[in-house]
Design a protein around this ligand. Structure first.
Ligand code: NAD
Length: 359
């Protein structure tokens, strides 16, 4: 039986989730009140169909069907995964979870794409709080593997294991955060970098293009393959991490950064940044830019796959499971899966830190 995912809110992120599920063979049922939602998701699907199959050297499963529904209750019918991607406003999220839980299978995972809310905030007042967890993805959802999975402090068990197994079967990397915090992990970095970039442009130190060049010609490439700490370990040379910290620790006290100060979003600053961005990238339409981005991402991840490193190692492990049908990683729910996964699935489970004896 084809697996069903419900996508509640089909904008930038919901559209990306729809593509990730559909291209992995799931039927997708969308609810979004925007009359343009079907057209917008159609455009995301066009880009995803063009780029996502390039990640693997094995054919993806037959594409699932995407259907559009007039109510949340219709959209969640029969779904084993419900992904909420409505606007980042708590009252809208609560109303949406209420409607989802009235109609969905109590065994279905309800993931929230929220960038900033903690799971306890989302779960507050809900009928089955532990069914709702943060599943925070990164744009474009159909290419980038990371999902921050935050079930809430002290919450673990079969629902979390099931969520990890399903995300892994989609070629994603569930980073399971055991402790909740505002904005999870990755967005805390992104906020810090974003704040610094705004200051640099506002103070006339660098243009938007110069900021981008400072990232993409240097540390951005480094980060993509080793992250932060492993990169700094290498930077410490033979003397290693302690030496690196001794050398660069004190400068954190110097006035290099603006840290938590945020420049006010005056009309002047917004115009300055939007104007520079138009000058830098305005020659391309948004869908063109998405295609350029997607081609670059696929090329970079394929290079990492050859090296069996970082996101490339995950892709390689996922690809090995795609060669086997049926197998543990592609089963619909954990309760339907054999107790012992095959070798490639076991390797994938080890990579994401999921016990291989879930039944
Ligand atoms: N844009 C990003 O880079 C990004 C990345 C990760 C997570 N997120 C998170 O994803 C969520 C959605 O963000 P987005 O960027 O896709 O926003 P978006 O504005 O592109 O999409 C939101 C969609 O929700 C629809 N919507 C509004 N009210 C609704 C309702 N009551 N029920 C169902 N659908 C409704 C809108 O019509 C729209 O299509 C937010 O929580 C955001 O924090 C965004």
């Amino acid at each position: 039986m084809t697996k069903i995912a419900a996508i509640i809110g089909g904008g930038v992120i919901g559209g990306g989730w729809a593509a990730r599920f559909a291209l992995n063979g799931w039927n997708v049922q969308v609810f979004d009140p925007d009359p343009e939602a079907e057209r917008k998701i159609g455009e995301v699907m066009t880009n995803a169909r063009r780029s996502m199959p390039g990640l693997t050297d094995v054919a993806l499963p037959d594409e699932g069907k995407i259907s559009f529904h007039d109510s949340i209750s219709d959209a969640v019918a029969g779904a084993s995964w419900v992904q909420e991607s409505v606007p980042e406003r708590l009252e809208i999220k609560h109303k949406t979870f209420g409607a989802i839980q009235q109609a969905c299978d109590p065994e279905a995972v309800i993931g929230s794409s929220t960038s900033g809310f903690k799971p306890s905030q989302l779960q507050d007042g809900m009928a089955r709080p532990e069914q709702i967890m943060v599943a925070h993805p990164f744009n474009p959802v159909y290419l980038l593997p990371l999902v921050e999975l935050v079930p809430g402090n002290g919450i673990d068990g079969p629902m979390v294991a099931k969520a990890k197994a399903i995300l892994t079967s989609l070629g994603m990397y569930p980073l399971h955060l055991k402790k909740e915090i505002d904005a999870h992990v990755a967005d805390r970095f992104l906020e810090a970098v974003w704040r610094e970039a705004l200051w640099l442009v506002k103070d006339g130190i660098a243009t938007t293009e110069e900021v981008d060049n400072a990232i993409r010609y240097g540390f951005g490439i480094r980060w993509a393959q080793m992250g932060l700490f492993e990169t700094y370990r290498v930077a410490g040379g033979e003397a290693g991490m302690k030496h690196f910290m001794a050398q660069f620790g004190p400068c954190l006290q110097w006035p290099w950064t603006k840290l938590t100060d945020v420049p006010e979003f005056t009309d002047e600053l917004v115009d300055l940044i939007a104007g520079q961005s138009d000058e830098q990238s305005g020659a391309h339409g948004i869908r063109d830019l998405e295609r350029i981005r997607d081609t670059n991402l696929v090329s970079m991840m394929r290079a990492l796959k050859q090296q069996d490193w970082g996101a490339g190692r995950l892709m390689k492990a996922h690809e090995a499971t795609l060669r086997l049908v049926p197998c543990w990683a592609r089963a619909q729910t954990i309760s339907q899966t054999p107790a012992s996964p095959c070798k490639p699935c076991a390797a994938l489970c080890r990579l994401i830190g999921l016990t291989t004896t879930v039944t």
